[in-house]
Design a protein around this ligand. Structure first.
Ligand code: ZN
Length: 149
C-alpha cells in the first residue's frame, strides 16, 4: 500500500471518531492522530520492514506511551483516550491493509516472526488501493451524516 493511502485511511478513522465523540479540539486532533497512526508502522522501512512495527505488540506499546504523553501534557482523559484510540486504529488499519498483500506482516512479533496475512494482492495493486480509498471515503461520509450528541 502507498503511504498516502495509509495516511488517508487513518485520517478518515480519526475524522469519524471526532464527529462521534469530539468537540472542536477533537476535530483537529483525532484525524491527525489517526493519520499519524496510519503512517507510523512504515518507520521500520529501513530495518526488518513489516516486522518491528507491523505487529500487535508494538502498536499497543507505542499507543500506551502516546496515551501517557497526552495525559501528562494536561489534556482531558477522554480526549487523550479517544485520541490514542484513533492513533491505534490508524495503525491497525495499516497492518490490516498490508496483510492483504502477498508479503503479509509479522503480526505476532516478537513472539512469532512468521509473516501472516490474507495475501490477496500485490503491494501497490490498484484494487487494494481502491478498496482502502473506498473504505476511507465511506468513513468520512459516515462522519458527515452522523449526528453529534
Ligand atoms: Zn506498511
Amino acid at each position: 500500500m502507498r503511504r498516502l493511502t495509509h495516511a488517508f485511511t487513518g485520517f478518515s478513522i480519526g475524522f469519524l471518531a471526532a464527529r462521534l465523540w469530539g468537540g472542536n479540539l477533537a476535530l483537529a486532533a483525532y484525524p491527525l492522530l489517526g493519520l499519524l497512526g496510519g503512517i507510523f508502522p512504515d518507520f521500520d522501512l529501513k530495518s526488518c520492514h513489516r516486522v518491528y512495527l507491523h505487529n500487535l505488540f508494538s502498536s499497543v506499546a507505542v499507543t500506551s506511551g502516546l496515551y501517557g504523553v497526552l495525559v501528562g501534557s494536561g489534556l482531558p482523559t477522554v480526549v487523550s483516550g479517544v485520541g490514542s484510540a484513533c492513533f491505534l486504529a490508524g495503525w491497525l488499519s495499516h497492518i490490516l491493509l498490508d496483510s492483504l498483500t502477498l508479503r503479509g506482516v509479522a503480526l505476532l512479533y516478537p513472539f512469532d516472526k512468521r509473516m501472516r496475512g490474507l495475501r490477496l494482492i500485490r503491494s501497490g495493486d490498484w484494487r487494494g488501493e481502491a478498496l482502502a480509498w473506498l473504505i476511507g471515503l465511506g468513513l468520512i461520509y459516515l462522519g458527515f451524516i452522523v449526528s453529534r450528541p
